[in-house]
Design a protein around this ligand. Structure first.
Ligand code: FES
Length: 107
């Protein structure tokens, strides 16, 4: 069942936004890149902590990668693969999100 998370323009281009999941699932976050959205479970593969210490701060300084605030691991935006840090070679768990009619939809 699909669920609308927000409007795409609610997420600043190049930034991420977290969403709480009802019903006990892990929380997720979505990163916007232009008209695209990439979703992941908000659990770092290194030590299983949420990536954002500060709410909705999911990116590194130059916004080129997703960053875990706990130990600084960096992940590719497009596939969640860790390119730097203690969990290098592992990946964030993907969450299927699409952009439809200007809305970010969880599939
Ligand atoms: S918990 Fe994310 S880098 Fe250690």
């Amino acid at each position: 069942m699909s669920r609308v998370l927000c409007q795409l323009e609610d997420i600043t281009d190049g930034e991420g936004r977290g969403f709480e999941m009802d019903g006990g699932g892990d929380d997720i976050f979505v990163v916007r890149r232009g008209e695209r959205a990439h979703g992941y479970v908000n659990v770092c593969p290194h030590a299983a902590s949420p990536l954002d210490w500060v709410e909705n701060q999911f990116m590194n300084i130059d916004k080129s990668h997703i960053m875990c605030a706990t130990h600084g691991a960096e992940f590719r935006i497009e596939d969640g693969f860790c390119v730097q840090g203690p969990c290098r070679g592992k990946s964030l768990a993907p969450v299927a999100v699409t952009v439809r009619d200007g809305h970010v939809v969880l599939d």
